[in-house]
Ligand binder design. Sequence first.
Ligand code: CA
Length: 203
Amino acid sequence: MDMDSGWNRLQKLFLKTPFPSYYLTHKALLAVLARVNDLQESLAVSRVLLDLAYLLSNMKVFLCLGFLLCLYLGSDARVYSQCELYNIFQETGLAGYHGYSAANWICLAYYESGYNTDAVNNNGPSRDYGIFQINSKWWCNDGETAGAEDACHISCQSLLNDDIYDDIECAKRVVRDPNGISAWVAWRNHCRGQDLSRFTAGC
Ligand SMILES: [Ca+2]
């Protein structure tokens, strides 16, 4: 039985694949190969089969870890561009919601968070979260704000990831209150009555 040529082919196959678990598997295969050389062939073959079974089960673990890593990276924070926000606000109907154009919402997000989804501002008794800086006293639940209302029925943590669709639903809830968009100090101070055309230019 020509073990070497078979193993060499297997090694080359693993070396060609860029996935890190295959690299680790390749290292483990080399260790197995070193062991094979010291044993009788019949014994070696049974050990090799056992080791292969072990490696295959390990690969499943690596694949699962890779999948979890992708999930983790997939929910990471990010900084949006103006035109990305413009398109999402159009798609979700936030543009024009309660009479406020996309430019008003983009201006608001710019002055509240700089379009950064993981922005947090600690006010002392409460905190503001995410791209719209939604407050934990009235709108979201961060588990550490006394007398919190949680009117959006949402975890404040979920306002910090790159999925802003839930943030937009909460912003719609905020603007439906009597204060409307004036609930956002940054909008009152920087956007109200201003020429906002630069916030949608080129989109
Ligand atoms: Ca979110």
